[in-house]
Ligand binder design. Sequence first.
Ligand code: BJW
Length: 230
Amino acid sequence: MRNIVVLTGAGISAESGIDTFRDGGGLWERHRVEDVATPEAFARDPELVQRFYDMRRAAVQTKQPNAAHHALARLEAEWRGELLIVTQNVDDLHERAGASRVLHMHGTHLNAWCTACDARHRWTGTLIDKPPCPDCGEASLRPDVVWFGEMPYEMERIYAALRGADLFVAIGTSGAVYPAAGFVQDASQLGARTLELNLARSQGSHWFDESRQGPATQLVPQWVEEMLAG
Ligand code: BJW
């Protein structure tokens, strides 16, 4: 066992105080996906969408990585083979815990993307006030996140890593959103063992060789201990 691909979802950041999407009280109970997370929604009502992301961008900067993020960073530092973290999360908690091999397939809150000149800039403030792009000066900045109907980022690197993976681990994701929800079947067909760590059984649990239930802050450090103990 050398090469590990870890897929993380909103559940890994839940105990840091960041809302998930589909759990009780999650974001999609309070906001309609069609209103805030599609390109059509942004074209129709940019202020509503910018307000939704400005609020979450501000909130995420007040949160801290938890024991699960720290355990994955420790695994990255101490594992003798390859470890790649593919996250669907738009927070930066993996990086703040010390992980460096992280792909953000659904983008990041802390970037703004200029739709006029295609530049991306680190962005910690608001966008609702239509600030100019630092490169081209146009007021065409949007959150650098992947909405429904848009192509997720880094797909070539992700599939290359899945092809070489001996172990695929999904942590805190409902398995409701593709293409990430299909990675377990891809990895399995390509010969990897598959493990799910989640608070409860997910939509995709039956695809995994093994599924463990519990909070990420307990399950992930336990699993990392097991891996490093050999
Ligand atoms: C804990 C826990 C604790 C809680 N400890 N666990 C029909 C069939 C198949 C596909 C489609 C279809 N119709 C349309 C599609 C495609 C569509 C899609 O999948 N739709 C589905 C709704 C069916 N997908 C797309 O459009 C994607 N693009 C695309 O497919 O392009 C074409 C393509 C083709 C082929 C290859 C490649 C590309 C784009 C999807 C973009 C998703 N964007 C969002 C918003 C990002 C910005 C933002 O944050 O606002 O991404 S939606 C949202 O869902 C966000 C998340 O990353 C994503 C996944 O959610 P996640 O992380 O799983 O969270 P939850 O809330 O669902 O689950 C939390 C889990 O944690 C639960 O299981 C809990 O139990 C657990 N948990 N506390 C451990 N303490």
